[in-house]
Ligand binder design. Structure first.
Ligand code: HH2
Length: 299
């Protein structure tokens, strides 16, 4: 039996209501008291922490479904690594990686599936296969028609939802010398403007989530400022998604290699959720779901 909910802490109660609702596919989530866990399934040869592990589509499918068992509310499928220094792949290659999994997963997934891509052609094929969310780590940079972003127009046409992430530069060069005036203001302004453009393209407010893009063209100081400022970002009036799972910031902070960053990622996820983040993208679904449910019970 769940304990009676306590009053919301002031940090969360003060945020706009619109930051606590998200819709994807047939699911309409009330995020007032619960954050969503987004399970990562990378079908890439070279992702920084799980590259090459799920290239066989049957193994990838079993992995994805096991993440749902562990508590994933959404699944995010990716076919191109965006780790610092990663070389881009063609749309054909990326699609050849994700298609076999999406064909198997979308018809039987009990939770909405998202496609992690910066390419409209890949996103469109994924939506046709049944994905319900586009995770655009390019921050809507591909132009569409009439000055509106291609990814937003595509999502609107397919009644899909959209994660919009901030990235400075591109994966090949983004960590060379990231520079900001006030990182929180700049990233927040960028995302709020992207959200307005997405809505102009026809995406309902509640089908959008904004992501500061931890590790994408950011130093350790930038990443920490963004995580500390999640409440300011949520104050823009959209649900905030954070992805910290196994990332380099924990290497910078604690000197740990990629296979020893789970605990640090849990602490960061919990801290971000207590500041108002409402979606957490992670490889470590079971541990993250347990950590978040515990933190939420104590709120
Ligand atoms: N991080 C990665 C990839 N996609 N999408 C969103 N919205 N937010 C993130 O923080 C984010 C993301 C990088 O992590 P991973 O998928 O594990 O690695 P790789 O890009 O090497 O495949």
């Amino acid at each position: 039996m769940s304990p009676d909910p306590a009053p919301l802490p002031a940090s969360i109660a003060a945020l706009p209501r619109a930051a606590f609702r998200f819709r994807a596919g047939d699911s309409d989530y009330d995020l007032t008291r619960r954050a969503l866990v987004v399970g990562i399934v990378n079908v890439t040869p070279d992702s920084f922490s799980d590259g090459g592990r799920w290239r066989d589509p049957e193994a990838a499918l079993a992995h994805a479904l096991s993440l749902v068992e562990e508590g994933a509310d959404l699944l995010d499928v990716g076919g191109e690594s965006t780790r610092p220094g990663a070389a881009p792949v063609s749309a054909e290659e990326e699609l050849a990686r994700v298609r076999p999994l999406l064909e198997r997963l979308c018809p039987r997934s009990p939770v909405p599936v998202s496609i992690d891509t910066v390419k409209p052609a890949v996103a469109e094929a994924a939506l046709e296969l049944g994905a319900r969310i586009i995770n655009d780590v390019g921050g809507l940079r591909e132009p569409g028609t009439g000055g509106l972003p291609a990814m937003a127009q595509l999502a609107a046409r397919h009644r899909a939802s959209l994660f919009v992430m901030h990235m400075q530069g591109d994966p090949r060069t983004m960590q060379t010398a990231p520079r900001y005036g006030d990182v929180l203001d700049e990233v927040g302004d960028f995302l709020a403007y992207a959200a307005v453009r997405a809505q102009a393209a026809g995406i309902p407010h509640e089908c959008l989530a904004l992501d500061p893009g931890i590790g994408f063209g950011k130093t350790l100081a930038h990443n920490l400022a963004l995580l500390r400022g999640v409440d300011a970002l949520a104050g823009r009036g959209y649900p905030v998604l954070v992805g910290v799972s196994r990332k380099r910031l924990f290497g910078d902070l604690l000197g740990l290699p990629v296979d020893q960053r789970v605990e640090a990622g849990l602490a960061a996820a919990v801290a971000a959720v207590l500041r108002g983040a409402r979606l957490v993208r992670t490889h470590d679904v079971r541990a993250t779901a347990r950590a978040l449910r515990t933190a939420e019970a104590l709120l």
